[in-house]
Design a protein around this ligand. Structure first.
Ligand SMILES: [Zn+2]
Length: 144
């Protein structure tokens, strides 16, 4: 007997999962919330998960009130949704936290066995970072 696959029925939950429970805007400084669910087509009754994206309050304001270069339009939101879905499938939540730290320019120390993750991250070309040191005694790799 096979088990039925798990299917979330709550569209908000699906949108959050697609984005790895992060603001949909890449390199958002408030990526982990608090998050709101935005309707891409701005129709609040269209709860198709494809129409829903989690955003932080700051980006929700830019979506609604941003002008010129600060405007985040529907096309951009759809692209960000696709990118977020790709990334959340490729990297775990803890890895995404490391990505966020590196994107902010913070220094991150890795244990050598995480070199596989470092390699995957470099290949993704998601962010640029480089080794800045090596703690030999503790055998830790330091990247920024
Ligand atoms: Zn944000």
């Amino acid at each position: 007997m096979s088990k039925r696959p798990y299917r979330p029925t709550d569209p908000n939950r699906q949108a959050l999962m697609d984005a790895g429970h992060m603001c949909i805007i890449p390199r958002c400084p408030n990526a982990f919330g608090p998050l709101e669910i935005h309707h891409i087509d701005e129709n609040p009754s269209n709860n198709d998960p494809e129409n829903l994206v989690p955003v932080c309050g700051q980006h929700q304001n830019l979506i609604h009130y941003g002008t010129g270069k600060n405007k985040i339009d529907r096309k951009a939101l759809k692209n960000y949704k696709n990118l977020a879905r790709y990334l959340s499938n490729r990297f775990s939540r803890i890895e995404m936290r490391i990505v966020q730290l590196l994107a902010r320019g913070e220094t991150v120390t890795f244990l050598p066995f995480l070199e596989i993750f470092i390699l995957a991250l470099k290949q993704s070309e998601l962010i640029e970072f480089k080794p800045v040191g090596l703690k030999k005694g503790a055998q830790r790799l330091i990247y920024q």
